[in-house]
Design a protein around this ligand. Structure first.
Ligand code: UDP
Length: 457
């Protein structure tokens, strides 16, 4: 049945999908993975992308790439807070996107365009698709559980102020169980009015779309997905994650990955290394870097630490504290950017100290790696709460960056019985993720339904 459908698509002279990712690492990766998956099902792929954070076409010789102007210099884009940049792109990309689409439509040689698939945040694409009579499907790259994030943030502003005064940041929020006040998402870097406008536009354009893809899987987020389905009814929702497992190796790293860490990991004992990385956007204070360094050094555990250039506020790089190198020379490795999926799959890695971006969270679960959660902003706090409290596959650092707490948490995760129990639970989730992808599994079925929908256009 499935093979017959694939064949039917191939016989149709490769129907084309036009895909447009939001230009951030954590959004580009899942879109490229989705494109790779759909290409393997017989579709031709055109990726429209901005100048800023452009993917490297030579990594994907089977795709056709179209670069459009985003109206910003690289420096301007880099210096904008990410949600502010997303809002601006929704304005500056509209005309170039429309021009590009009209050119692709008039130049029919590349095959019939079945639909466009865009990041959910790029809401302006809804109006463009409507104008050209093209169906539009959106991709959400965050978890389903964090979908009420902005409503929750408003609540945080109201309740947070009261409760922090009352010193009750641990109080549960009945409207958003199991979140506590301190787990409510943090959008404090974004202008509130701009955020509200962005969210309303995203919601309206999503409701007017033809389908909603979410990079998650049923067995981990069943109840959140059900709420999600009710909230967007009658829009078809397709939970087809974890996408990186459907399309292994199909990421587009914006920074050069340093593979020296794999050679170093090869020399370490099984499950002995704590991998430390806070993703592509988080930035931390110099004082926090010093605390992290001492937390790692004093834990006596081996570690691989990603210190991304630009991730330290106000500096390109930071001098690590005196005595740190001497203390950790035999058991530590620092890189600027790692091949993260390969690292997490390495048998020497025993824990992931993460900011809990949704991609990192899924990647850790899929390799059965216990997490030390240190969320920074946005939906990461929600993900961290699910990891540590609901799925119980990680420990959460509750007091920010404090060397004593970090040292103890690393040891709990890496050498104590508690860590072994966490490893068993995360191995269970890993199995669940893999079964969702198999024939008959929920993500596999959702993918089939998605293809049926596309073919019905
Ligand atoms: N990543 C990577 N190398 C690193 C750190 C991160 O390739 O050294 C990748 C990681 O595998 C993930 C993405 O960057 O796919 C980060 O996405 P995530 O949603 O976790 O966080 P964000 O960067 O959006 O905060």
């Amino acid at each position: 049945m499935e093979a017959a459908k694939d064949m039917q698509i191939q016989e149709m002279k490769a129907p084309r999908l036009v895909m447009f990712p939001l230009p951030f690492q954590g959004h580009i990766n899942p879109m490229i993975q989705l494109a790779t998956l759909l290409h393997s099902k017989g579709f031709s792929i055109t990726i429209i992308h901005t100048h800023f954070n452009a993917p490297n076409p030579s990594n994907f010789p089977n795709f056709h790439f179209e670069c459009i102007s985003d109206g910003l210099s690289n420096d301007q884009a880099l210096n904008l807070e990410p949600l502010t940049l997303a809002s601006i792109l929704n304005e500056t990309c509209q005309v170039p996107f429309e021009d590009c689409l009209s050119r692709l439509l008039s130049d029919g040689t590349d095959g019939l365009i079945k639909c466009i698939i865009t990041d959910v945040v790029l809401h302006f694409t809804g109006a463009v698709a409507k104008k050209w009579g093209l169906p539009r499907i959106v991709l959400r790259t965050n978890s389903a559980s964090s979908s009420g994030a902005v409503a929750a943030y408003k609540l945080r502003q109201e309740k947070g102020n009261i409760s922090i005064k009352d010193q009750q940041p641990d109080a549960l929020v009945s409207e958003f169980l199991p979140l506590r006040i301190k787990d409510l998402p943090d959008y404090s870097l974004t202008d509130p009015e701009m955020l509200e406008r962005l969210v309303a536009n995203v919601k309206n354009s999503t409701k007017a779309s033809s389908g909603f893809i979410v990079n998650t899987f049923d067995s981990i987020e069943a109840s959140a997905l059900e709420k999600f389905r009710k909230g967007y009814h009658p829009l078809p929702i397709f939970a087809i994650g974890p996408l990186h497992k459907f399309s292994p190796g199909a990421s587009n790293s914006l920074l050069k990955q340093d593979h020296s860490c794999i050679t170093w990991l090869d020399k370490q004992a099984p499950h002995s290394v704590m991998y430390v990385s806070f993703g592509s956007l988080a930035s931390i204070n110099k004082t926090d870097v010093v605390e992290i360094a001492w937390g790692l050094a004093n834990s006596d555990q081996a570690f691989l630490w990603v210190v991304r250039p630009g991730s330290i506020r106000g500096d390109d790089w930071v001098e690590l504290p005196e005595g740190f190198e001497e203390k950790t020379r035999e058991r530590g490795w620092i890189v600027k950017w790692a091949p993260q999926q390969e690292v997490l799959a390495h048998p020497s890695v025993g824990g992931f100290w993460t900011h809990n971006g949704w991609n990192s969270t899924l990647e850790s679960i899929c390799e059965g790696v216990p997490m030390l959660c240190c969320p920074y902003l946005w939906d990461q706090k929600v993900n961290a709460r699910y990891v540590s409290y609901v799925w119980r596959v990680g420990l959460q650092l509750e007091n920010g960056f404090e060397r004593g707490e970090m040292e103890w948490a690393i040891r709990r995760l890496m050498v104590e019985t508690e860590g072994k129990e966490i490893r068993e639970r995360v191995s269970g989730l890993k199995e669940n993720a893999i079964s969702c992808l198999r024939r008959g599994g929920s993500s596999h079925e959702s993918l089939e339904s998605l293809i049926d929908l596309i073919m019905s256009f």
